[in-house]
Write a protein of this length. Structure first.
Length: 110
């Protein structure tokens, strides 16, 4: 797992090929990112299925309650297969757009 602090968010990249291994490491470190916007970037090399990504649903809800954003970047996931509670986009640029839009929504009280 590679962690890169950006100006407005923290980028976490999966370097593992096994989703379970990545998720176990990530879940131990999630408290380090409590007050930060978080983008998780998955390469196409990771072995997983849609069901495993549902593990992030609770984290996404907690981040929203804390007033921060949580976005998953993956080119092989279809966001229509998931709840609207979790942001899944195909590019990092779209993840940054989501973070900006959610910041505006919070400022407007939504």
């Amino acid at each position: 797992m590679k962690i890169d602090k950006k100006d407005s968010y923290t980028l976490v990249k999966s370097e593992n090929k096994e989703f379970t291994e990545f998720y176990n490491i990530f879940s131990k470190k999630i408290s380090d990112f409590e007050k930060e916007h978080l983008v998780i970037y998955f390469s196409e090399k990771i072995n997983t299925d849609n069901k495993e990504f549902l593990l992030f649903l609770e984290i996404a809800k907690q981040k929203k309650e804390n007033g921060t954003s949580f976005v998953i970047v993956s080119t092989y996931l279809n966001s229509d297969d998931f709840s609207e509670s979790i942001n899944i986009v195909p590019t990092l640029l779209e993840a940054e757009d989501i973070i900006e839009m959610e910041a505006i929504e919070r400022e407007l009280g939504f």
